[in-house]
Design a protein around this ligand. Structure first.
Ligand code: BDR
Ligand code: CA
Length: 304
């Protein structure tokens, strides 16, 4: 199994992504690090503890950044509710492990020669870990990020929420020289939660995690304000790439992120070598959404 860290800001879709990872034998989740994002860190940390606890796996959960490197922290209560988790009450999880996210990530990299970093929130914790000890990047096998957008953004017209939340940190990851895989909004918009897919998940089993996942998925608005017919299940797409790469199509690209002005957080993804820069990322372009949702159901029923 791949040894991995999940850096997260739960977050409705983060919860589903964490459960998908914890349920999957392909992944050995050694550490969950938490940032403020969908809600403030004072909410995302207990949410992460509760999600990991309900998942029944003893994975350390460590608090990290409550704000970006630069700029002002802003959450997104319109999508995830004021508590970040759609108002769904989860039983309290085990206490957080002492320490700071970036230190915990570096400690794991020192002991393990190949670690996959899965980033499904603002990139601050991952960037701090690599920027404070760049030699450790050699131990990173792959960085899989839910971030960015080629077409419209979701937090500003030009930017996706995670990229916009801390573009300087995203720039650090894109420049670190290790393989970066990107699940952008253009991809996650293909993984829409629809009534039929919810019904299929409901029919899959009856465990506590699956019930909580369904309650969370029912709490999120359908993104009709973005012209979509369902909620895009963003973060689980990044995890699914590591479980079932055959359900994706991909392309090598050069990716960069804008940090200034109205375009702050906009990702410039060059699919056609227009800017003659060497590729620095693997773009997940398309996924088989039905296969993705059936994988999700198959895995979630394995949890308590
Ligand atoms: C991303 O931002 C958050 O709202 C979601 O959890 C996801 O990580 C989508 O733009
Ligand atoms: Ca997230």
């Amino acid at each position: 199994a791949r040894i991995c860290v999940i850096d997260t800001d739960p977050g409705t879709d983060d919860a589903i992504a964490l459960w998908l990872a914890l349920a999957s034998p392909e992944l050995d989740v050694r550490l969950v690090t938490v940032a403020g994002g969908n809600a403030g860190l004072e909410r995302t940390l207990p949410n992460a503890r509760a999600i990991v606890g309900l998942g029944g796996r003893a994975v350390p959960v460590v608090a990290g950044a409550d704000r970006p490197l630069l700029g002002v922290f802003t959450s997104e209560p319109r999508v995830h509710g004021a508590d970040g988790i759609g108002g769904v009450a989860l039983p309290d999880g085990p206490p957080a492990t002492r320490g700071i996210a970036a230190d915990a990530i570096r400690a794991l990299l020192r002991t393990e020669p190949r670690v996959t970093l899965i980033g499904i929130g603002p990139a601050t914790n991952l960037a701090l870990a690599l920027a404070t000890e760049p030699a450790l990047a050699a131990r990173v096998e792959e960085i899989v990020l839910m971030t960015g957008a080629m077409a419209e953004g979701n937090i500003t017209p030009s930017a996706e929420f995670n990229a916009w939340s801390d573009p300087e940190s995203l720039a650090v990851l894109l420049a670190c020289g290790r393989p970066v895989t990107l699940a952008t909004l253009d991809l996650t918009g293909q993984a829409l939660v629809t009534p039929a897919r919810l019904a299929a998940l409901e029919a899959a089993g009856s465990g506590a995690c699956l019930a909580a996942a369904l309650a969370i998925l029912r709490s999120v608005p359908a993104s009709r304000r973005f012209g979509l017919r369902g909620f895009p299940l963003h973060d689980p797409c990044a995890v699914a790439w590591l479980l079932a790469p055959h359900i994706f199509t991909t392309r090598r690209v050069h990716a960069a992120v804008e940090t200034q002005g109205m375009g702050r957080g906009r990702t410039a993804i060059d699919r056609w070598e227009r800017n003659r820069q060497p590729a620095n990322a693997l773009l997940l372009e398309a996924l088989d959404a039905d296969a993705f949702f059936s994988l999700l159901g198959d895995r979630l029923v394995e949890l308590p």
